[in-house]
Design a protein around this ligand. Sequence first.
Ligand code: GLA
Length: 394
Amino acid sequence: MRSVARLFFVMISLAMLPCVGNALDNGLARTPPMGWNSWNKFGCKDLNEKVVRATADAMASNGMKDAGYQFVILDDCWQTGRDASGNIVADVERFPSGMKALGDYIHSKGLKFGIYTDAGTMTCAKRPGSIGHEYLDAKQYANWGVDYLKEDWCNTLPGQNSEASYTLMRNALADSGRPIVFSICEWGSTKPWLWAGPIGNLWRATPDIQDCWDCKRSWGGGGVTLIMDLMSGIESYSGPGHWNDPDMLEVGNGGMNKEEYRTHFSMWAMWSAPLLAGNAVANMSADTKEILLNKEVIAIDQDALGQQASRVKKTGDLEVWSKQLADGGRAVALVNRGPATAQISASWTDIGYPEAVSASVHDLWTGKDSAAKKGGYSAEVPSHGVIMVRIKPQ
Ligand code: GLA
C-alpha cells in the first residue's frame, strides 16, 4: 500500500512539472516568435515609452501585425532599481506612464508585450538583474501583462550555473499565473541547445549579431556569415516550442545592402528562427518593408513542421541549405558568399528526394514559377545573394 501511495505521489509530481520529455511544454511558441525588439536600433540610450508606443502603432497599421509580427519587446535599460520591498522599478523619466499602462497600450493594438532581464546581479548595461528576485520579478511581470521575457547572462556570479539559473526563472514564470514565452540569452556560451530544451522556448545559439555581412568582432560577435556557420550542425535541437535563436534581425539598420539583407532574412526563415525586427519600424524604407513583409518567406519560417534548415552542400563560397516542410515539400536556399555572381545547383538527392522525382519550383523573392523540374534546380546567384525557392513534388 505504501508503495502504491509513493507511486501516486511520483505521478502527481511529474504531472505538475512544467515540462515533459526534452521540450518545454508551456504550450507557447509552437511556431517561432515574431515581433520587434528595441536593442539593435535604439540600444540603451534611446529606449523610451514614446519609441515603444510609436512602434506598436506602426506595427498595427503597416502590415507587420497582419504578417504575423506580434511581440513588442523592451530590451535592456527600462529598469533603474528596486524599491524597499525588492520590487523592480521602471525608469520613471523614460516610462512616465508605467509598465502596466504600456502593456495595456500594446495589448490595445492587438499585440503582445515583451520585457528583458538578466540572470546575474546586473544587466549588460548595468541595470538591476533578477538573481535572488526571480519569483518576485515573474509576479511583477505577470501583473504588468508581460507575455514574453528575455533573460540575459551578464554579471553572473563566479561559477553560476546557466542551466540551474534558467530553470529557476522557468519555474518562477510557470508560477506567475500568466503564460509567458521564455527566451534564454546566454549567447551560445554553454551550448544551450544541449540543455535548454525543457527550460526555454528559445535560446540564443550565437553571440550578438552585428549589422554587417561578414565582419567578426574580437569578443565573438559577427555578421550574417559567422552566424550561418554557427547555426550549421545544431538543427536537430530546434522545433515547435523550443527554438535555436540566431539573434534579432538587422534588416533596415543600414550596415548591409539590399541583397545581403534579403539573404539575412531568408536564412532566418530557413532556420525557423524567431523573427524579431530590430529596426525603426515606424520609419522604414520601401526596400526594408518589402523584405520584412514577404509573406511567402515568412510562411517558410512559420511552417508547422518547425524544421531548421541544414547546410546540405558547400563548395567554397557556394552553399545549398534545405528544410523539409509540413506538406512534404522543401524550402531551398542557394547562397553565394563570394565576390561575384555564380551558378549554384541543388540536386534532388541533396535535398532528400529520389532523382527521378518531378517537382514544381516557386521562387519566393520573384514570385515566379518554373516548369516542373527533374533531377534538381540550378540558378545564377548574385554576390552575397540568395535564391530561395519552394519545391513541391508532383
Ligand atoms: C547582450 C544581449 C543583447 C542585448 C544586450 C543588452 O549583449 O546579447 O541581445 O540584450 O545584452 O544590454
